[in-house]
Design a protein around this ligand. Structure first.
Ligand code: PEP
Ligand code: MG
Length: 327
């Protein structure tokens, strides 16, 4: 099986009926860029920058951010790099920041990710400037995690505007058209995806958190993990809503949660209309293998039909019906 998958590295990611599907890699460390290349990724759909902070005993400054991003850009040979701004809080704690914050009763609902960054501009601004500067060296996109209000998006766009002005004053280069996107991983953002999409260049669905928040199950708590069901009808309805909202506003949409790299769900995601998936590099070839076996127009049609009584459809039946499409 591994050998068969290896042979797919140079093959295009295109369905049996000729629809291209972009397969991207998720990175946690800059070194992971090699694994992305070795598995034929078309770029990086999610670079989690938390490790820049977790592996340090001090706050990384603008130059340290920049050096890290430039190393990845160099390893990508012109392929796009999506840098997600800091998503600290929750499971990812950094002592020198945690010390300054009050203890949280419920970190998943607390001052996490973009909320923490907007509260601490001294943490956020150097990263924004470094991402902008990196965009002068290659195709870089900036992605904001945990958006739950339009005001958060507007504030970040305003801060980027200010950062561009200050970079110009400092004589430092950047790509003025660098795409700005948001993760859709809070139900509130999913429900207002169209409005968010109109302000942004792309959306990326974070199913790890979207499932946690929609189904009210702590993703760290094993005692409720039996309820963690990516094919829960409520999740499927939200996914469909986000994908349709993006299509209406002609905004690119991708998925970068674990669901995107799980071959059990590939047909579901293609049937829902996704054409861009970002995953751990180790999953890329197995997902490509499924993409190449699929007839996407049939999957779309079948998915539409199944949606008529989606609330009553057991997950396994949904999967069986979509798998039958290939036969
Ligand atoms: C997600 O929530 O799906 C996601 C990709 O982000 P993280 O797992 O880093 O929270
Ligand atoms: Mg998340």
């Amino acid at each position: 099986q591994r050998e068969i998958l290896r042979r797919l590295i140079r093959e295009p990611s295109i369905s049996r009926d000729g629809v291209p599907v972009v397969l991207l890699a998720n990175l946690e460390l800059s070194e992971d860029v090699r694994a992305a290349q070795e598995n034929g990724a078309s770029g990086v759909g999610l670079y989690r920058t938390e490790f820049l902070y977790l592996n340090h005993d001090h706050l990384p400054d603008e130059e340290e951010h920049l050096a890290n991003y430039l190393a990845i850009i160099a390893g990508l040979d012109g392929l796009p790099l999506t840098i997600r701004t800091l998503d600290l809080g929750l499971d990812k704690h950094v002592k020198y920041i945690a010390d300054t914050l009050p203890a949280l009763t419920n970190p998943a609902l607390g001052l996490r990710a973009i909320r923490l960054c907007l509260r601490h501009p001294e943490l956020f601004v150097p990263q924004l400037r470094a991402i902008l500067r990196a965009s002068a060296a290659g195709p870089v996109r900036l992605m904001i995690p945990m958006i739950s209000t339009l005001a958060e998006v507007e504030t970040v766009l305003q801060m980027l505007h200010t950062a561009r002005r200050s970079l110009r004053r400092d004589g430092l280069g950047f790509d003025p058209l660098m795409p700005i996107g948001a993760m859709i991983e809070v139900p509130a953002a999913a429900l207002m995806a169209e409005t968010l999409a109109r302000r942004l260049d792309f959306l990326s669905i974070g199913t790890n958190d979207l499932i946690q928040y929609t189904l009210a199950i702590d993703r760290m708590d094993d005692s409720v993990s039996y309820l963690y069901e990516p094919l829960h009808p409520a999740i499927l309805r939200l996914l469909r809503g986000i994908i349709e909202a993006a299509a209406r506003s002609r905004t690119r949409v991708s998925m970068c949660g674990e669901m995107a790299g799980d071959v059990r769900y590939t047909r579901v995601l293609l049937g829902l209309g996704l054409r861009e998936l970002s995953m751990q590099p180790g999953s890329l070839l197995a997902v490509k293998n499924v993409v190449r076996a699929c007839d996407i127009s049939y999957l779309k049609y079948t998915m539409e039909t199944l949606f008529c009584d989606i609330d009553e459809l057991p997950p396994q039946q949904l999967l069986d019906q979509l798998a039958a499409v290939d036969q």
